[in-house]
Design a binder for this molecule. Structure first.
Ligand code: ARG
Ligand code: ZN
Length: 875
């Protein structure tokens, strides 16, 4: 049996023993193999402990080593040792030139790490440790080098040859051609990129704030050339925003983005040459929903922002991943909030955090924002590192205020430009500009788990004093570490009996209480009557809040809170409470009855024409099954589904005339644009239609079909499609699915939506339908987008079917994971997520889920990725 993969620890970090001053690469791309020649100018690291150490290079097991030479002298097989992913050379001079030739096979690379083929084009993915699948190298982010890269390939089939930086030379001979690229900025190997293919591009000139001219180019397959304008607009907006808000400019003459179909994640910020999943760059009204338009905008901005928060200043080691990811997610969220609706963006981000990140933080893979150890770093590109990491940066922004935060960010970039640093360096810069002691705040980086804030209050009319008492509860996590109180900014407002904000400190209506102790009380003086507290405004910290609001108080906050986020959240809390009551009734076999308070509250919001329609849509969207699951001690998928559907249908019955009125009034009056108002109107109109369809009435079916047939954009068509497809009108469902496929057969991304719509259809028999779709020409197990659309959607968004008491859903998923473990370990490992949550289900399901985890564990040689998640889940 192969050795068990070992964990790597942050505490074992050591500076690199050698440095790579210059890296010269030559790629010869051919059908059966690619030859990679590297020339590395190296020297001993003056900052390393003085005794000369062996030279350790990383190289994946799949690398075929053809030649290794030092200062022109070929090494014999006895001059070095290869063990696992390490190649070590016992003795090297103080400075030397290392030459290395490897042979690799991109055409059979299904892991999509290193160099691989996507469709007919070559591309790379090197973060985190993909470069070692290309050549032997010091593949660690604190080793930074300037790169000169020559790409040589068949000219007819690969007319476009790209790498980082600027093209400096090119030539051709006998049907082959080559281009040499030079990147003047030292970078770690994870930011290296190469693309070769038959691509076309759009181009736009950009002048930076200081007057530098930059050529912006976005490349895609010729058929997708008409879907690049939105990404280009987003890029220009992001560049301008980063100049205005952070004072950061772009630094090369060319900025390139390439769209590829096969990609494990969303996109990658390689210096000067971003590579994107097509799903995060292509957009056109006919093929792309509003939500996908906004995702493109956000991801383009995210990768662009990495040029400073990630590339100019990078990570010392992978434990520091949130240094670049948390900060960059915070930056892209603020960008999207500035461009679109701030409150809606906040609601979406908090929904993701509370549903998925809180679940991760409560499960067997829970880890701090800065993990202390890992077996496979790819498993740590998580909601915790990204989304909770962004919340930690947001809390610093809240505690310091915008001006000091900006000064801190300026200082951070100035101090560390060109360096590979730690999350602590980021906090130090914030400390330096603010003069604040952030020692306790740093615990957010090292402690896993979601804190709970238990809040109570009292009011004394005689002294006009109102007090809030806050207790922080820190959960146990798999690392078993003792938890110490966190430094938590709690934004608070107090509503008077009319619903107006009370003036607190110096006229402010929102104050930030700073919690630092396990139990703390805060007094407000001169409060004329018992207020209704608006707690955790804007979701000022990533915590679970407990305060015993009455239903009346929640309705009151929904109506009056000046904080838009909390107005929405009050509605969510009211709906959660009501649905939790109905779930209990359902389990006891009692008749279900909907509290009129919810009907009245929803009616008031629906009738309020002064509100932003996007906010109306958010407020009237019931908490998802996934969120209700996360809040459950023991998840009862059937009760959740039944209670939620009951509430939806009852609301629809009670509000039918109003829903219909708004649906008709919001009918589109002009051509599609992904503008904020149009997006808002479509979101509310589609929400109205979804309630109406809950009535299962033929008249509404006709309405949905008319929307499907008559619209000019994918947002309306896709909404109508999924409502009809999930309805009980089976003949119409089949017809609309067939029509949709016929229309979009040649649009891969749209076909993926078609797969996803079917995957989350809650009607019985879903598993058989999924199995049939796996045989469909539209499916391809090697394409991660298709795996996500069909398999992940089924397991994550179709709880009643996936968690069928027979366990068939679990067995199906385990089969797919066992297959994917060989093809693509990163994707296989992500597919495991639903099974890792087994402790949250009833005993029978727990046993079935554990049995499948054990079956995977015993299924043969596991990748590090799958091994880590399975073994931690069974622990
Ligand atoms: N740095 C990329 C981003 O967040 C993510 C790439 C991670 N890729 C991976 N295979 N782990 O923008
Ligand atoms: Zn990122």
């Amino acid at each position: 049996m192969a050795e068990q993969p070992q964990a790597i620890y942050l505490k074992d970090y050591q500076v690199p023993a050698y440095l790579v001053d210059a890296t010269t690469l030559r790629f010869e791309l051919a059908d059966d193999q690619t030859r990679v020649r590297s020339t590395l100018t190296m020297r001993r690291n003056p900052d390393a402990p003085s005794a000369p150490a062996p030279l350790e290079l990383h190289g994946h097991e799949s690398l075929e080593l053809c030649r290794l030479a030092i200062d022109g002298q070929d090494l014999a097989a006895t001059d070095y040792q290869r063990e696992g992913e390490l190649l070590s050379i016992a003795e090297v001079p103080a400075s030397f030139v290392l030459e290395c030739t490897t042979r690799i096979h991109p055409q059979t690379n299904t892991a999509l790490e290193g160099l691989y083929l996507s469709g007919g084009m070559y591309c790379t993915q090197c973060e985190a440790e993909g470069f070692r699948r290309i050549t032997f190298y010091m593949d660690r982010p604190d080793v930074m080098s300037v790169f000169t890269t020559t790409v040589e390939a068949d000219k007819a089939r690969f007319p476009v040859l790209l790498s980082n930086g600027n093209p400096v030379d090119s030539g051709e001979q006998g049907g082959r051609h080559w281009v040499t690229w030079e990147d003047p900025f030292p970078k770690p190997a994870y930011l290296f990129a190469l693309v070769a293919g038959d691509l076309q591009h759009i181009e736009r000139p950009y002048k930076t704030a200081s007057g530098r001219e930059v050529a912006l180019r976005i490349f895609a397959e010729p058929k997708d050339l008409d879907k690049l304008d939105h990404a280009m607009d987003s890029l220009v907006n992001a560049m301008r925003w980063d100049e205005d808000v952070y004072g950061r400019e772009y630094d090369l003459d060319i900025y390139m983005i390439v769209a590829v179909d096969f990609f494990n994640m969303g996109a990658m910020e390689n210096k000067g040459l971003n590579i994107f999943n097509t799903s995060c760059v292509l957009a056109s009204p006919q093929t792309t929903t509003d939500a996908a338009y906004q995702r493109v905008e956000g991801v383009v901005a995210h990768e662009y922002f990495h040029n400073w928060s990630g590339n100019r200043v990078t990570c010392r080691d992978w434990f520091q991943l949130s240094l670049k990811e948390g900060f960059t997610v915070f930056r892209d969220a603020e960008f999207s909030a500035d461009i679109n609706s701030r409150t809606v963006k906040r609601i979406e981000d908090v929904t993701l955090l509370r549903t998925a990140q809180f679940a991760e933080d409560a499960g067997p893979m829970a880890h701090p924002v800065r993990p202390a150890s890992y077996i496979e770093i790819s498993n740590f590109y998580t909601l915790t590192v990204y989304e909770k990491g962004a919340e930690v940066v947001r809390m610093l922004h809240t505690l310091l205020g915008p001006e000091l935060f900006r000064q801190g960010s300026d200082l951070y970039f100035e101090r560390h430009d060109g360096q590979a640093v730690t999350t602590d360096d980021f906090v130090c810069a914030m400390e330096a500009v603010s003069g604040r002691d952030l020692t306790q705040f740093r615990r957010w980086y090292s402690q896993a788990g979601t804190p709970t804030l238990r809040v109570t209050d009292d009011y004394d009319a005689a002294t006009q004093r109102y007090r809030l008492h806050v207790e922080q509860l820190l959960p146990q996590t798999p690392d078993k570490l003792e938890k110490l109180p966190l430094h938590i900014p709690l934004s608070v407002g107090l509503l008077d009996e009319r619903g107006a904000d009370t003036e607190l400190d110096g006229g402010a209506t929102t104050v930030v209480l700073e919690l630092t102790e396990q139990r703390q009380s805060f007094a407000f003086e001169g409060i004329k009557a018992r207020p209704v507290p608006s707690l955790l405004r804007g979701f000022s910290a990533p915590v679970r809040l407990q305060y015993a609001y009455s239903r009346d108080a929640l309705v009151f906050l929904m109506r009056h809170d000046s904080d838009g986020f909390n107005r929405w959240d009050a509605g969510q809390q009211l709906a959660v409470e009501i649905m939790q009551g109905l779930m209990a009734d359902y389990r006891q076999g009692r008749a279900l009855q909907l509290d009129q308070a919810l009907v009245d509250a929803y009616a008031a919001v629906l009738d309020d024409e002064t509100l932003d329609p996007a906010m109306v849509a958010k407020v009237l969207s019931l908490p998802s099954e996934a969120y209700l699951s996360e809040l459950s001690e023991c998840i009862d998928v059937d009760a959740i589904h039944a209670a939620r559907n009951f509430v939806r249908a009852e609301l629809a019955r009670a509000l039918e005339p109003a829903l219909l009125r708004r649906y008709e009034a919001l009918a589109p009056r002009c051509d599609y644009a992904p503008s904020a108002d149009q997006v808002a109107q479509r979101s509310l109109r589609n929400l109205c239609l979804s309630y109406l369809m809950a009535l299962e009435a033929p008249a509404h079916l006709v309405r949905a079909r008319a929307q499907y047939d008559g619209c000019d954009n994918m947002t309306e068509r896709q909404a109508a499609l999924s409502l009809i497809a999930h309805s009980g009108f089976e003949v119409d469902a089949a017809a609309v699915l067939e029509d949709f496929y016929q229309r979009y057969e040649n649009e891969t991304l749209v076909v993926n939506q078609w797969l996803a719509v079917q995957a989350c259809d809650p009607k019985p028999g879903a598993l058989a339908r999924i199995q049939a779709l796996m045989e469909h020409a539209a499916f391809d197990l090697r394409n991660p987008n298709k795996v996500r659309s069909l398999i992940s959607t089924f397991c994550a968004m179709n709880a009643v079917n996936f968690h069928d008491a027979s366990g068939a859903g679990y067995a199906f998923l385990a089969d797919r994971i066992i297959e994917m473990n060989r093809l693509n370990p990163q994707v296989a490992s992500r597919l495991l997520t639903p099974l890792t949550r087994w402790r949250k289900y009833d005993e029978a399901r727990q046993a079935l889920m554990q049995a499948q985890l054990r079956r995977i564990q015993g299924s043969g040689e596991l990748s590090r990725d799958v091994y880590e998640v399975v073994s931690k889940s069974l622990n």
